[in-house]
Design a protein around this ligand. Structure first.
Ligand code: ADP
Ligand code: MG
Length: 872
């Protein structure tokens, strides 16, 4: 127990899995907790003594499943192994922690999502100095760092990295609390604040250390943390990749969630997201890279065009694309295999897979050259030097060959029984194998000889693990057993004997076998170290393969979906002809999706007010514009007939009723906070998607807020904005401000039914079709009829305001007294407000027809009419 307590004292924050023979045992509170959490039987050690120690255990070969569950619960587990063979140990077997498994540092394949990175992130900083953020994927060596000037920006970047675990300094009270609020689902690990100055571990280069000290400090912290989880080895890693937030299209958490880039907003499922539509990658590496391209789109025109060139070439070269994708389907996860080699956990089977994948590279290279020879009309990108459709000159044939000759293709997953090193690698090994297989012949020979000598024709030599080789004689033949046989065991119908000769032979085989396993392990370890030493070379290659996969995927998607190559430039103009929504289109029946043109231009058509009845397609339209911009900037083709996309610096969204219930805030508060965030950070190069803002409050407040926000965007921010609203009042903005345009998604009434045309047309929507939609939704016919009558009364009464139609909204046009809220004058000299009309309007809007008897409705109409006709 002393040994256990020592280990536990060194890993107080982890559950200690203490290896005893074939089991991992847990003790004390660890045992009590884990027994309950994993539904294990709690027993105790030293039962009957005064203070029995609570204990529970799991078979070591089943540990992975249990580990995965503990990680899901946010725990860390220290694996304490036996460091010597108990048979050979004198006294207590030496044991120590060989690695700590944490939610962010898991190496077991089963627990990893092959298509997502496995980041552990470290964060530090405070408001005055700014923040540093670094994230590290131990399974691939992907290691990146950045800085953020505000907590908000920090949280956005963290959300985008999707870390599995956050490492925070013990002293970081406020920051730790903010992170717990922002990421309740991501486990947080607190580490000592000391020696961040030891950033030399990261080796960032003097220039970077000066330029981005917080990023470097965060990188040092995450690296030190990751190293602390692998005490047995020195964790070698690739270069630290420093990036600036502005190097990519900024997508904050709202935009990422609302646009459903990687998962749907309500169910948090991949199915129904843009990524799902887009992900035609064939390899795990390609899948991860595509996800990264999607979450970190580019802002550099040349870099985007380089990707487009790659996609275009593979769109045109069908045959090469198919061939490349075929090869890629057989490609193992080079990055994670190299990562496992580097961490010393790669199995023989892992290295066989690595070798097979490397052997595929020449074929892949050949298909890419074929694609390059194919006709390629447009060449806007860079020269062949940084061609993305190339694997480079070094396909690591030396490593592929040495893996292929050294390992047996049928190598087992574990090293413990040997049997994975091929013949011809080591003369000694071959000899030992000959003894083992020669063994069978020897046994047959002895068996034949003994049969002859004893005259027992059914004499058999067998083997078991208890006493090795033995001779079995059936009961009836016992009188013929010679004197030199030594009886060992009696079984049902026979007796078992050994002889000195068999004993000696047994020994020889055993030692040959042991020696063979040792030699195999030596050869294997050398091979694995060789791969680890070549990690940089292999990872460069893996990155090229991943890029080819991602480009081939985008080409496949473009080909199948009829996408076009957008013209990407710095014009600031967004001009989409026959654009579609990539996800809604996929879900709709073939050909059922109605394409639309959208043009935004900072100098003329900066703000589009999109009106139209419920279900017309407003939300779909404005999102499809945002998605088209994101697709363009990641280098993809887009679902449109033609498109010109001026680079955006950021995409903002404020969409619908995205209740943030987890944070316990009201819808309206969240909505206003998100809107405030947009007004504060948007620039003239941003794209803003506003869907029904102001909806979370009363109509009157809502329209006012929406109006003011639109004006601010027009006059100050000048960001390109798509504003979907069912407040028709906002159409008046189009007449008041030069860069605001009204468009509407059309619907027609046909025989009393609403027909959605899904087609965008200039001008605001003239009517809301609320009653038709209500009918569509199954409101009883009598109520629908009554509502129609009420509506007629209201409209017939000249109550334009009551009907929500700001008819005379031309500047200065004050001829209609009921015009209400926003008619007429520019906003800096507000027009007088007809409060009575607005009140009636608000009451009408707030009304739930389902709760109304015809009588009550009639009373209401009478009351309203009275209000409107009686001068106040
Ligand atoms: P709104 O925001 O105006 O209420 P939505 O954008 O939510 O309307 O669209 C309602 C439904 O109409 C969507 O679920 C979608 O299936 C369908 N839809 C939207 N736009 C189109 C289109 N252009 N072509 C075909 N169907 C569409
Ligand atoms: Mg909508």
């Amino acid at each position: 127990m002393r040994q256990y307590l020592d280990v536990k004292a060194r890993y107080p924050d982890a559950i200690v899995f203490f290896r005893l023979g074939d089991f991992y045992e847990m003790f004390y509170e660890d045992a009590v907790y884990v027994a309950r959490a994993l539904d294990l039987t709690l027993t105790s050690r030293d039962k009957g003594k005064e203070d029995p120690v609570p204990m529970c255990g799991i078979p070591h070969h089943a540990a992975r499943g249990y580990l995965a569950k503990l990680m899901e619960l946010g725990h860390r587990v220290a694996l304490c192994e036996q460091l010597e063979d108990p048979k050979l140990a004198r006294g207590i077997v030496r044991r120590d922690v060989v690695r700590v498994v944490t939610p962010g540092v898991i190496l077991d394949e089963e627990a990893l999502d092959p298509r997502a990175p496995q980041f552990v992130a470290a964060v530090l900083g405070e408001p005055r100095q700014g923040y540093g953020l670094a994230f590290l994927d131990v399974t691939t060596g992907d290691f990146r760092a950045t800085e953020a000037s505000t907590l908000e920006a920090l949280l956005d970047e963290l959300a985008r990295a999707e870390p599995r675990e956050l490492v925070v300094g013990r002293g970081a009270g406020d920051l730790a609390a903010a992170l717990r609020r922002g990421y309740p689902r991501v486990p947080q690990t607190n580490v000592a604040d000391d020696d961040i100055a030891g950033a030399s571990a990261v080796n960032p280069g003097a220039e970077l250390a000066q330029r981005a000290p917080q990023a470097v400090a965060a990188a040092a912290r995450v690296l030190r943390y990751a190293r602390s989880t692998q005490p047995g080895i020195t964790l070698a890693l690739g270069r630290l990749d420093f990036f600036r937030r502005t190097d990519t299209l900024i997508l904050d958490e709202q935009a990422r969630a609302h646009l459903e880039l990687t998962e749907t907003i309500l169910e948090r499922k991949r199915s129904g997201s843009l990524l799902e539509v887009l992900d035609e990658t064939r390899s795990a590496m390609g899948g991860r890279l595509l996800r990264r391209w999607l979450l970190f789109p580019l802002v550099d025109v040349a870099a985007i065009r380089r990707r487009q060139d790659g996609v275009e070439r593979l769109v045109l070269a069908h045959a090469a694309r198919d061939a490349a994708r075929q090869v890629l389907s057989d490609m193992a996860d080079l990055e994670r295999l190299v990562g496992r080699a580097r961490l010393g956990v790669a199995s023989p089977r892992d290295l066989v897979a690595l070798g097979r994948s490397l052997a595929l590279l020449p074929a892949l290279g050949e298909t890419l050259r074929a694609a390059a020879r194919a006709e390629f009309p447009v060449a806007t990108g860079a020269g062949p030097d940084d061609d993305l459709l190339s694997l480079g000159d070094d396909l690591a044939p030396d490593l592929a060959a040495s893996l292929a000759v050294t390992l047996r293709p049928d190598a087992p997953a574990l090293t413990k029984d040997g049997g994975y090193i091929a013949a011809g690698i080591s003369a000694e090994l071959d000899e030992l194998s000959a003894i083992a297989s020669g063994g069978r012949e020897t046994v047959t020979r002895i068996e034949a000889r003994e049969r002859e000598r004893t005259g027992i024709s059914n004499l058999k030599i067998r083997h078991n693990s208890v006493f090795g080789y033995y001779i079995e004689i059936s009961r009836s033949q016992l009188p013929h057993v010679p004197a030199d046989y030594v009886r060992k065991q009696t079984v049902a119908n026979a007796e078992r004997f050994v002889t000195p000769e068999l004993g000696e032979y047994e020994q020889k085989i055993l030692s040959a076998d042991e020696r063979r396993i040792t030699i195999e392990l030596e050869i294997f370890t050398r091979l694995r170290d060789g791969i680890a030493a070549a990690a940089d070379r292999l990872l460069t290659l893996a990155a090229r393969v991943a890029a080819v996969d991602a480009l081939a995927c985008l080409a496949e998607v473009a080909h199948r979906g009829g996408y076009c190559r957008p013209l990407v430039d710095d014009s600031g103009i967004i001009d989409i002809a026959d654009g579609r929504h990539p996800v809604v289109e996929r879900l709709a029946a073939a050909g059922a999706f109605v394409p639309n043109d959208v043009r935004l231009d900072p100098d003329n058509e900066q703000i589009l007010i999109v009106t139209g009845p419920n279900m017309a397609g407003k939300s779909t339209l404005i999102r499809q514009v945002a998605l088209t911009v994101i697709l363009s900037q990641m280098g993809s083709f887009v679902p449109a007939r033609a498109a010109r996309i001026g680079i955006c610096d950021r995409v903002f969204t404020r969409v619908g009723a995205g209740d943030n219930l987890a944070r316990g805030e009201s819808t309206f508060l969240v909505e206003m906070r998100e809107t405030a965030h947009i007004l504060r950070y948007a620039t003239a190069r941003s794209l803003i998607i506003l869907d029904e803002i102001g909806r979370g409050t009363s109509t009157y407040d809502g329209v006012s807020i929406a109006w003011a926000v639109a004006e601010h965007l027009h006059d100050r921010v000048r960001a390109k904005t798509l504003f979907a609203t069912h407040y028709h009042e906002l159409c008046a903005l189009g007449d008041l401000h030069p860069r605001v345009r009204n468009v509407s998604v059309a619907a027609r009434e046909w025989k009393g039914e609403v027909v959605f045309l899904r087609k965008l047309s200039p001008g605001g929507a003239s009517r809301s079709f609320g009653i038709q939609v209500a009918k569509l939704a199954g409101l009883p016919a009598v109520v629908v009829d009554r509502a129609r009558a009420i509506l007629q009364t209201l409209e017939g009464d000249g109550g334009t305001a009551a009907a929500g139609l700001p008819r005379s909204a031309a500047p200065g046009g004050n001829e209609s007294p009921q015009l209400g809220l926003f008619g007429g004058a520019p906003a800096d000299s507000p027009a007088p407000v007809d409060e009575t009309a607005a009140e009636v309007l608000a009451a009408l809007r707030a009304l739930d027809p389902d709760d109304l008897t015809p009588r009550a409705a009639l009373d209401l109409v009478a009351a309203w009419r009275k209000k409107l006709t009686t001068p106040s």
